[in-house]
Ligand binder design. Structure first.
Ligand code: SF4
Length: 286
């Protein structure tokens, strides 16, 4: 069995920079991470091990116990930032600049008088941060959710990890269903997400199955898995090498390997090595 790696895979600069800030914190016990730093269970385990306080994403309405609070790469609303600052918290901000760009796009559309259509996953922490500062918005998770809106001006922007083709299909559906409206669109899908997806398209032309490495709650990892299914290629979502099952690869000659933007390099390496070891075992049996 041949193993082909995607040209672009694994950790993006936003997550890497956030982890570098975290690495430099010398008193983890004095800092609360406000939500999951990244949607990667391995990383979360390591942070727990170092002694950081953590507030689960759906419990962020209570005030952190420490004086210092770390804002994660997914960002928070300006309202939430103010609430923490007014409570006397010192903030360490690891918000990815491309998430900030998405917030700014939503604000711009709102200030231009648009009803803001946020393409994204309802309840996702990044989407929650964006809508936290909007007065007039609708979250649009799919093409099927698009409807006729009564507003004269519609402004569309996207959660940063939205597949680019999905954003485009939603934009077209909004225009078709709302011919009366002035529709504006700001593409806020981040370039690492686009690069991962493009690399996956290329990989899918060459393989019979794909192993996708990433956290269970990682939106961009799930999008990679979904794209494989859309193209009719079996995808196996694993968190690390221990999740791999040799029987998945019966009859498979070429397997692809990709990983979400919050996956550690060491985890990808571990999965790659295990796949190569399976290759040797399968070749010995054949
Ligand atoms: S996935 Fe994109 S927006 Fe999110 S942290 Fe990475 S680079 Fe930033």
């Amino acid at each position: 069995m041949q193993v082909i790696l995607a040209d672009v895979l694994g950790m993006c600069f936003g997550v890497r920079d956030a982890l570098a800030v975290i690495d430099d914190i010398d008193r983890p016990d004095a800092v609360t991470i406000h939500g999951e730093l990244v949607h990667n269970e391995k990383v979360i385990e390591q942070l727990h091990g170092r002694g950081f306080h953590m507030v689960e994403e759906d419990r962020r309405t209570s005030l952190p116990v420490t004086d210092t609070v770390l804002i994660t790469a997914h960002g928070v609303s300006r309202k939430e930032r103010r609430r923490l600052e007014q409570a006397g918290k010192r903030l360490i901000d690891t918000t990815c600049p491309l998430v900030t760009r998405a917030h700014d796009a939503a604000q711009k559309l709102q200030s231009e008088g648009c009803h803001v259509l946020v393409i994204g996953k309802p309840g996702h922490v990044e989407v929650e941060g964006i809508i936290g500062d909007l007065d007039d918005f609708t979250i649009v998770p799919s093409v099927d959710a698009v409807r006729e809106y009564p507003h004269r001006k519609l402004g569309i922007m996207c959660q940063t990890t939205t597949p680019a083709d999905q954003a485009e299909r939603i934009r077209r559906a909004v225009e078709q269903k709302n011919p009366h409206a002035d529709v504006r669109f700001i593409d806020t899908v981040c370039h690492p997400t686009k690069d991962h997806q493009k690399a996956l398209e290329k990989l899918l032309d060459q393989v019979q199955a794909v192993v996708v490495v990433g956290g269970r709650n990682s939106n961009n990892t799930k999008q990679l898995v979904r794209r494989c299914a859309d193209r009719g290629v079996p995808a196996f979502h694993v968190q690390d090498a221990a999740d791999l099952r040799p029987e998945w690869f019966d009859g498979i000659d070429v397997v692809g390997l990709t990983a979400g933007t919050s996956t550690l390099e060491a985890t990808i390496r571990g999965v790659h090595q295990s796949l190569r070891a399976m290759r040797s075992e399968l070749e010995a049996v054949r």
